[in-house]
Design a protein around this ligand. Structure first.
Ligand SMILES: *Cc1c(COP(=O)(O)O)cnc(C)c1O
Length: 228
């Protein structure tokens, strides 16, 4: 299959998953995860109608973005060090991976310098895995009200990267849990906090994620092929 055919197949699967659970396909955005893939692949995807791309490494984004001569939209989805935040201002429209107050503070500070407000998601580590980033559930419930106080940040929702399992049905409970948690946060009625985005689901499990409420699915391998 060509990249164009793979993209079409994924859009088709998104539409089918939406139909299965009575959701409007417009309510799910496909984030093409282009980390470790060359600018040429991104342009090919853009020419096939894909405009939203996700990157995981700041340096790679800085190197690649100038080579992508098309009006694409970037999201940042990887682990983020506070000292690199300044490079993302004006470059990314959403940061999916905010998991601590110090990072949110720096994002707020850098965006404010540009008289702007950053849209962010709080990454939640639902599996409690030591190897994964993200605030624990209880931690997230304390972190979000603190982030809400910052003038340069708007919390748009939650993101999760559940424990790896090849069977989407084994991952589904984590997706359901993230949606419940978003409901809990929404019920707090915090100013500056909008639980309208759920970033969950990847190449092998995005359909289950959509059925559980995902608004952003992060798909890499199924679009661009294996990363080497
Ligand atoms: C790499 C990555 C993805 C994409 O994973 P695939 O299995 O290639 O679809 C999604 N989310 C995050 C946070 C990633 O780092």
């Amino acid at each position: 299959m060509t990249l164009t055919e793979r993209l079409e197949a994924i859009r088709e699967r998104i539409n089918t998953a939406c139909a299965r659970c009575g959701r409007n396909p417009q309510s799910v955005r496909l984030l093409a995860v282009s980390k470790k893939k060359p600018a040429g692949d991104i342009l090919a995807a853009f020419n096939a109608g894909q405009t939203l791309f996700g990157e995981s490494y700041v340096q790679e984004l800085l190197d690649k973005a100038p080579q992508v001569s098309a009006p694409v939209e970037w999201h940042f989805i990887g682990g983020l060090q506070s000292n690199k935040v300044k490079y993302l201002v004006g470059r990314v429209s959403l940061i999916h991976s905010v998991d601590r107050l110090s990072l949110a503070r720096e994002i707020s500070r850098q965006w404010q310098k540009k008289e702007s407000v950053a849209d962010i998601l709080v990454q939640v580590n639902l599996g409690g895995e030591a190897t994964k980033r993200g605030a624990g559930e209880d931690e997230a419930l304390e972190l979000i009200p603190a982030i809400a106080e910052l003038p340069g940040v708007r919390v748009r929702g939650l993101m999760t990267l559940p424990p790896w399992n090849p069977d989407p049905e084994q991952v589904r409970p984590y997706f359901a849990r993230l949606r419940e948690l978003a409901g809990q946060v929404a019920a707090m009625g915090l100013e500056n906090v909008f639980m309208d985005e759920l970033s969950m689901g990847m190449s092998h499990d995005f359909e289950a994620a959509i059925e559980e409420g995902a608004t952003l699915v992060r798909v890499g391998t199924a679009i661009f092929g294996e990363r080497t």
